[in-house]
Design a binder for this molecule. Sequence first.
Ligand code: FES
Ligand code: FES
Length: 151
Amino acid sequence: MSKYTLSVNGQTMTAEVDDDTPLLWVLRDHLNLLGTKFGCGVAQCGACTVHMNGNAVRSCVLPISAVSDNEIVTIEGLSESGEHPLQKAWVENDVSQCGYCQAGQIMAAAALLTKNPKPTDQEIDRSITNICRCGTHVRIRKAIHSASEKL
Ligand code: FES
Ligand code: FES
């Protein structure tokens, strides 16, 4: 066990965990940030996507020992009140079906728009490889285009 001091959503947080504990479990089990979901656990589905220094990362395979001083942002930290243009576009376009994958989808979309504010459908597909078992990918694309007009 080691004690880790982390920057999560702009706050300093601590957790005492084994060095190989995945960031996802630290977020969910130790910091009570339950918006980030566990799906496959093997970096395939993207349900666990958060930002590390602005980049989308799959927190289920990222050991806490690799996080150190990096800035982590989870869906809870994307905006304080759910007012981020992507969150609003998700609501306006009624994107979610079961909703399980959507926090990860939004975090992947936010990282994409930071680097590419006006992505094409092809660029969205290439960049966001998150899986949605409900098949909401068409509405996800639509919402990303809509949010990109407002950023
Ligand atoms: S739970 Fe991390 S990619 Fe599926
Ligand atoms: S909305 Fe159900 S898995 Fe994506």
